[in-house]
Design a protein. Structure first.
Length: 187
């Protein structure tokens, strides 16, 4: 019998059936069973690989679609933004000439400025003059007749403005060298 697989004699019992030294001490029956189950298992794995490949192709197609949509939305946003705001144009170095009889921009000449009414103070806080000059560190300070007022208006929730009038007393150091320059005035 040329070309056929050799068969064991009838009734042959292999002494290494459960622990074959040629199969790294694995059972010959188990190896044969795995060999026969391999094609079915391999086919299942290839089907799984094909299905995952299709999922990947679908995900890549969706990514390209979303990237196109994103680019379109960015272009639309930029167009809306450009319509909403004027482009920065360099202003000419020389002011443009007004046409004869054209009105000048702004309030008429001599028109009084518009200002908000000064609010009445709800609280009066007197801030004492410092004991040490902030410029030279001198402690011999002389009182000046000048008084500075500062109005601070705070909006408290619920909205009700509270106005505080602070009266600041001013001193100067007798031995301060910067007094002559008019810089040594401690508040």
């Amino acid at each position: 019998m040329a070309g056929s697989t050799p068969r064991p004699p009838p009734g042959f019992q292999c002494p290494y059936e459960r622990r074959c030294p040629h199969l790294d001490t694995m059972s010959a029956q188990w190896v044969l069973g795995e060999y026969r189950r391999r094609p079915a298992r391999e086919d299942g794995l290839w089907m799984h690989v094909d299905a995952r490949g299709e999922d990947v192709r679908e995900a890549n197609r969706r990514i390209k679609e979303l990237e196109k949509e994103n680019a379109t939305l960015k272009a639309k946003l930029q167009a809306v933004h450009r319509r909403q705001f004027k482009a920065n144009r360099a202003r000419p170095a020389v002011a443009p000439q007004r046409q004869a009889g054209a009105k000048k921009r702004g309030a008429p000449v001599g028109h009084p400025p518009w200002r908000r009414a000064v609010p009445q103070a709800d609280h009066l806080v007197e801030v004492p003059a410092p004991a040490v000059c902030s410029h030279c560190g001198g402690t011999h300070l002389e009182m000046i007749e000048e008084v500075t007022e500062h109005l601070a208006e705070d909006i408290v929730l619920p909205p009700q403005p509270v106005t505080t009038n602070g009266i600041l007393k001013t001193h100067f150091a007798l031995n301060c060298l910067s007094r002559a320059a008019g810089r040594c005035m401690s508040r």
